[in-house]
Write a protein that binds this ligand. Structure first.
Ligand SMILES: CC(C)(COP(=O)(O)OP(=O)(O)OC[C@H]1O[C@@H](n2cnc3c(N)ncnc32)[C@H](O)[C@@H]1OP(=O)(O)O)[C@@H](O)C(=O)NCCC(=O)NCCS
Length: 222
């Protein structure tokens, strides 16, 4: 496939119950050391599947040129090093793993919407404006609203770094109920966010550091 540099690519996949042996080929020596420290069985599968998915995504988009780039996690968050390397982001939740490949800084976050003490989380991670907005919602809308906000915060953090709980409340407030790409600002940086179409029970958000609307291409791998 030839790369369409204007598009942001998202690859996602269901986690297989057993790690395919070929997936280990995508692990660098550093990755193998990190994997050795992960005890939780599903977390191990997520780690290996994330690296394999990213490797397959890059090969699909860039062919043999992808071999120029090296995945690096020792210095800062996971990123690609090498000439003209694209920006990437990785996420896993429950039995889904996903990665984004973009020409500009990108953050991707997927969450399985399990039941948890949403009110306590709102008190912890939300700005005052966000808390007020949450308080005005009907009870049945609060969980979905919160997960959209949470994944937007996580994706923003992944794209920009800095404050782990960025205030992502936007002048364009309708984005919280909207699935199209919409703009907002964090610390004077223009960003775009979009909700992902994912299987029932999951919420996913992508954030890119770009003022222009996002053109997403979703790729589901078997
Ligand atoms: C690091 C963090 C962003 C990971 O998010 P998560 O939802 O726990 O887990 P996800 O599966 O979505 O993402 C994990 C991947 O993110 C990547 N990652 C880790 N730290 C990162 C960072 N600082 N920036 C960008 N990407 C990062 C890694 O690739 C990691 O996968 P790997 O360990 O298999 O390589 C999150 O734990 C965190 O610290 N968030 C900030 C504060 C917070 O608690 N926010 C809550 C919502 S407001």
């Amino acid at each position: 496939m030839s790369d369409d540099t204007g598009a942001i690519h998202i690859f996602f996949q269901y986690l297989s119950p057993v790690v395919d042996k070929t997936s280990y080929e995508f692990l660098s020596p550093d990755d193998r050391q990190r994997l050795a420290l992960i005890r939780h069985e599903r977390r191990r599968r997520q780690f290996v599947a994330g690296r394999a998915l990213l490797g397959m995504a890059l090969a699909d988009l860039f062919g043999s040129a992808a071999r120029r780039w090296r995945l690096e996690a020792r210095t800062g968050p996971l990123h690609l090093e090498g000439d003209q390397a694209p920006q990437i982001s990785l996420t896993h939740s429950h039995d889904i793993v996903a990665c984004a490949v973009a020409p500009v800084p990108v953050g991707l976050d997927v969450e399985y919407c399990r039941d948890r003490d949403i009110a306590a989380l709102v008190a912890y991670v939300c700005s005052e404006t966000e808390r007020r907005a949450y308080g005005m919602l009907p009870a049945e809308d609060r969980k979905a609203w919160f997960y959209r906000l949470w994944t937007t915060k996580e994706a923003t953090y992944k794209a920009l770094g800095g404050n782990p709980f960025p205030d992502v409340w936007s002048a364009e407030r309708r984005w919280l109920a909207h699935s199209e790409s919409l703009g907002f600002h964090v610390r004077d940086t223009a960003l775009q966010r979009a909700s992902l179409e994912l299987p029932e029970g999951f919420v996913g958000t992508i954030v890119i550091a770009n003022a222009r609307p996002i053109r997403l291409q979703m790729h589901e791998l078997p």
